[in-house]
Design a protein. Structure first.
Length: 489
C-alpha cells in the first residue's frame, strides 16, 4: 500500500489544550478517513423524547411546528412543510419505525415512521395533500401511496413547552457527530434480511441543506433519519423527490436536538449517597494540594466551598456532573465546577496510564508532551493502532475498539462560507481521541488539519478560559457545548 500519514490527537482537537486543531484543506479532493463503527456504541440520551408531541391535525393548524429555512425549529412560515405521522388501522408501522421493505436503510436500521405535510398560503394545513413518510420521498408515486384513507388519521408535531428544540448543523469534517443532545425519536431492532430481533439502535431526525450539491438533495431540504449508534452511526438517510435514495455520511446536514427546560429526573437519596461517596473519594485520591490551589486561582473561590457544595447536590445533579455530558449548566460553575470536572478527568486518566504500566510505552513521552502522534499507518497497522489507543485512554479493554478497523471517509475540503469546524475548539471537557488517516498525496502544506501542539493538558491558562466560558448565563456554552475560541479570546 501507499504511505499514509495518520494523526492521533488527544483531548478532541482543540486550541488551548485537549487537542487544539481545526480541519480544512486548501485542495479539493482531500479526504480524512476516520472513526470506527464501534465509536457509535450505545449511549444514554438526555430525557428529551417527550419534547416532540403528536396531536390530531386541523385545517387551521397554524401553530404546528415545522422546518424553518434558517435551520431553527419552531412556528414555520407558510411555505414550510411540517412534521406529521399517519395513524392508520391495519397498517403495521412498527410504532416509531417504518417496517415496510422500502424503509430499510443501512446495515441494521430503518426509517422513522414520520413524514411531512404541506401548508397552504394562510398558514393552515393542506389536508388535500398527504402526510408522506420520509422513507418514500415527496414525488407523485409517494403521494399516491400516502394519501389518507377513511380509517386513518393525520397527526402533526407539537413542541412540549418545557423543552428547547432546534436544528444543529453538522459540518462535513466532524468526526463523529456527538449525539448527546440529539432528540431520540425511535429505535430500529429488526436485523434486515434475517427476520430476527437484534440489538436496537436509536434513531433521530436529520435534514439536508438543500444546496443542490451533486448527488445530494436536488436543491430542496429533505427530512431523513439519522442513526445515533451502531454500524450505521452518523449517517443521514433520505429519499429524494424522484424516489431515489441518498445518504450523507458524517456531515453536511442538520440534526434535531433538544434540551428539557424542566427537570425530568426523580431524586434518589440512596443513589445520591453512593455518588457523593464515589466523587468525594476520587477528589481526595487524585487532586493534589497544588491542583486545588490552581482551581482556587482560576475561580477566585475557596476549593473547600466548591467541594462542599458539590457533595451536597442531589442524585440528578450528581449524575449529570459524573456523566460524559460536555457541559453541565450548573450555578456551581461560578465556584469552578466545570474546571473541576476537566482537571479531575485528566488526573484520573494519568493515574490509569501509570497503574497499567502504559507510561513505559516508547510513544508515551511524545504523546504526553504533544498530544498528537504522526505515524506511517502501513508500518503501524491495526495492532499498532490498538497499542496507541490503549496508551491514549489508559484502558486495556474497556471501550477500546478491537481490530480489524473500519474507516469512514470524511471530507475535509469544506468550501462553506461559514464552517464552524474552522474555529479552534475543545470538543468536550475530558480528553478524547480522534484518528485521521490522510492519503499519501496530501501534504502538511495543504493544511488538512490544524492542531496546537501541547494544548491537550489542563494548564492554568486553559482552565481560566474554560471557567469564563462556563459562567452563567451560559449563552455560548448552551448553544455550542464544544467550547470555541472566539476572536476576543
Amino acid at each position: 500500500g501507499t504511505a499514509r500519514p495518520w494523526i492521533l490527537s488527544s483531548g478532541a482537537m482543540l486550541v488551548l489544550g485537549g487537542g487544539g486543531c481545526r480541519s480544512g484543506s486548501a485542495r479539493a479532493g482531500c479526504f480524512a478517513l476516520a472513526a470506527f463503527a464501534s465509536i457509535g456504541s450505545a449511549f444514554n440520551p438526555l430525557h428529551t423524547s417527550h419534547c416532540l408531541r403528536w396531536r390530531s391535525a386541523g385545517l387551521a393548524d397554524s401553530d404546528a411546528v415545522g422546518l424553518r429555512a434558517e435551520g431553527t425549529y419552531g412556528t414555520p412560515s407558510t411555505d414550510d412543510p411540517i412534521l406529521c405521522r399517519l395513524v392508520q388501522s391495519g397498517l403495521e408501522s412498527g410504532g416509531s419505525t417504518d417496517v415496510r421493505p422500502e424503509a430499510q436503510i443501512g446495515e441494521v436500521s430503518r426509517h422513522l415512521w414520520i413524514g411531512t405535510l404541506k401548508r397552504v398560503a394562510d398558514g393552515g394545513l393542506d389536508m388535500g395533500s398527504a402526510c408522506v413518510q420520509i422513507a418514500l420521498g415527496r414525488g407523485a408515486a409517494a403521494f399516491a401511496a400516502a394519501l389518507p384513507s377513511a380509517d386513518s388519521q393525520v397527526e402533526v408535531a407539537d413542541m412540549d413547552p418545557t423543552c428547547d428544540v432546534w436544528w444543529r448543523e453538522v459540518s462535513a469534517d466532524v468526526i463523529p457527530p456527538i449525539p448527546e443532545l440529539t432528540l431520540p425519536l425511535g429505535s430500529a431492532n429488526l436485523v434486515l434480511g434475517l427476520g430476527s430481533r437484534g440489538d436496537a439502535v436509536k434513531l433521530g431526525l436529520c435534514r439536508t441543506f438543500g444546496d443542490d450539491r451533486p448527488g445530494a438533495d436536488g436543491g430542496r431540504r429533505i427530512v431523513g433519519t439519522f442513526v445515533l449508534e451502531g454500524p450505521d452511526f452518523g449517517i443521514c438517510f433520505f429519499t429524494r423527490d424522484d424516489g431515489t435514495r441518498g445518504q450523507l455520511n458524517g456531515g453536511t446536514f442538520h440534526i434535531l436536538q433538544a434540551r428539557a427546560s424542566a427537570p425530568s429526573c426523580a431524586h434518589s437519596e440512596a443513589l445520591a449517597s453512593e455518588l457523593r461517596s464515589g466523587l468525594g473519594s476520587r477528589i481526595r485520591a487524585y487532586l493534589a494540594a497544588e491542583d486545588r490551589a490552581m482551581l482556587e486561582r482560576v475561580s477566585g473561590s475557596d476549593f473547600a466551598d466548591l467541594e462542599q457544595a458539590v457533595l451536597l447536590l442531589g442524585s440528578c445533579e450528581l449524575k449529570q456532573i459524573l456523566s460524559p455530558a460536555r457541559f453541565v449548566p450548573s450555578p456551581l460553575n461560578v465556584l469552578g465546577l466545570h474546571a473541576l470536572r476537566a482537571l479531575l478527568a485528566e488526573r484520573m486518566g494519568d493515574a490509569r496510564v501509570r497503574a497499567r504500566g502504559l507510561d513505559s510505552d516508547p510513544d508515551f513521552e511524545a504523546w504526553r508532551r504533544d498530544g498528537v502522534l504522526i505515524k506511517d499507518y502501513d508500518t503501524l497497522g491495526d495492532e499498532g493502532l490498538l497499542r496507541l489507543l490503549r496508551l491514549a485512554s489508559g484502558e486495556l479493554e474497556e471501550s477500546i475498539p478491537l481490530p480489524p478497523y473500519r474507516w469512514t471517509p470524511r471530507n475535509v475540503t469544506v468550501a462553506a462560507e461559514r464552517d464552524p469546524q474552522n474555529d479552534m475548539h475543545i470538543d468536550t471537557f475530558a480528553a478524547i481521541v480522534k484518528v485521521w488517516i490522510f492519503d499519501a498525496s496530501v501534504t502538511r502544506d495543504e493544511g488538512p488539519l490544524e492542531y496546537v501542539v501541547g494544548s491537550h493538558r489542563e494548564t492554568e491558562a486553559r482552565l481560566r478560559w474554560m471557567h469564563a466560558y462556563s459562567l452563567p448565563p451560559f449563552k455560548e456554552a448552551l448553544v455550542e457545548p464544544s467550547f470555541r475560541l472566539q476572536g476576543s479570546d
